[in-house]
Design a protein around this ligand. Structure first.
Ligand code: FES
Ligand code: FE2
Length: 395
């Protein structure tokens, strides 16, 4: 596969670091106050800012392939219903009835022509309009058009479904938001992929602890000694600050052999795992031939949830017809579950030790750069310096 200029540059940097016996280094060690991980007041601010005002990846295009196909997403604390209208547009609604607040859709996913609340059967169409009120004579003067489902900003970009979990007066520009990563996301062609597995893990650790497991490769040869370690160059990640996102490129074990090839033949994808961080909590982790999409969402002090999709280039039918391919994808899935499980066991241990007060700060090394860069963006958002671009202000 042809590498982009950005990817050629990453490969050059990998070769330079390897020759110099060095690695990517930020200017300073970061002393991160432990309150960033443990303070319940800070968590409330994170939940109300990071997890309300910025887009979260909630699904893959194929989850709402046809009009009326739907799924729900509850982890942010906002009950979200995602569907596709008859005109083909992806929509997200707050899954709350406009009569007396019933939870309208209770099934995790499915196919519908309309959505009907189980409490008194008020019924909404795919565009969120209130269509039916049983025994409507009891609601004299009620304007149906004022009682449609409440819409959340939803976007279908790069094969993924993104939702901003709060109502907004201004139209957010998802394209401006994703622009620093657009070239790379487009090159993955995720819209043509299929969901091989999707899973959710409830974690006994604050969301920041879980997040940081994906933002450096310093831990690979310790925490993943028997699994991921041998697949990669030890602590040789290249980080690109694509503020507020981070491209985190992890060279595979024999990436240095690219030195013996002309640049015109360099194949980035075949030689790197890329652990992209998309602010505030999303990851697009591309492997040589498939991709994991994950998000880490806080559910309370010391708890979070990890949601992941494994996207592969083969359709379910193609996999079903080819036992060898099925074993191959299944083996990849099992490895990644094992590796993530190793990270989560470490993270839950960190959570258990937080209250001891042993550490006032965590020290983030110069090569733990993904953590440093994300911390900057998180601080900026919490202090109002980073906001989602809206369409009007860009004009
Ligand atoms: S609460 Fe939904 S129909 Fe009454
Ligand atoms: Fe890890």
């Amino acid at each position: 596969m042809r590498s982009s200029d950005e990817e050629i540059d990453i490969i050059r940097r990998t070769l330079e670091y390897s020759e110099a016996g060095s690695t990517h280094l930020e200017p300073d060690v970061l002393r991160n106050p432990v309150s960033h991980y443990a303070d319940p007041m800070r968590l409330q601010r994170e939940q109300s800012i990071l997890f309300r005002q910025f887009p979260i990846i909630v699904g893959h295009t194929s989850d709402v392939a046809a009009p009326g196909q739907f799924f729900i997403h509850d982890e942010t604390g906002v009950p979200i219903l995602v569907t596709r209208t008859r005109e083909g547009q992806v929509k997200a609604y707050i899954n709350v009835c406009r009569h007396r607040g019933g939870r309208i859709v209770t099934q995790p996913k499915g196919q519908a022509a309309t959505f009907s609340c189980p409490y008194h059967s008020w019924t909404y169409d795919l565009a969120g309009r209130l269509r039916g009120i049983p025994q409507a004579f009891g609601f004299d003067g009620l304007k149906k058009e004022e009682h449609g489902l409440v819409e959340l900003p939803a976007f279908e970009r790069f094969g993924l479904i993104w939702v901003r979990p709060s109502v907004s007066d201004s139209a957010m520009s998802i394209d401006a938001w994703l622009a620093p990563m657009a070239e790379q996301l487009a090159s993955l062609d995720l819209a043509s992929h299929h969901v091989f597995r999707a899973w959710t893990v409830e974690l006994n650790m604050g969301w920041r602890i879980a997040l940081e497991g994906f933002q450096e490769s310093y831990h690979f040869c310790s925490a993943h000694k028997e699994t991921a370690c041998s697949a990669y160059l030890d602590n040789q990640s290249v980080f690109l600050d694509q503020y507020p996102h981070v491209r985190h490129a992890v060279p595979l074990a024999d990436a240095v052999a690219l030195r013996n090839q002309p640049e015109s033949e360099w194949d980035y994808r075949a030689n790197y795992m890329t652990q992209n961080y998309l602010f505030p909590c999303n990851f697009v982790q591309s492997m040589t031939d498939h991709v994991y999409i994950h998000s880490v969402i806080p559910t309370g002090p010391g708890t979070s949830v990890f949601k992941c999709m494994m996207l592969i280039p083969a359709s379910p039918e193609e996999v079903a017809e080819n036992a060898k391919a099925e074993r191959y994808w299944e083996a990849n899935y099992n490895v990644v579950r094992t590796v993530f499980g190793e990270d989560f066991a470490i993270g839950e241990g960190i959570q258990q030790g937080l209250a001891t007060g042993v550490n006032e700060h965590f020290v983030i090394g110069k090569y733990e750069a993904g953590i440093q860069l994300a911390q900057r963006a998180i601080d900026d958002a919490l202090e109002g310096r980073l906001v989602c671009p809206d369409v009007v202000s860009l004009q």
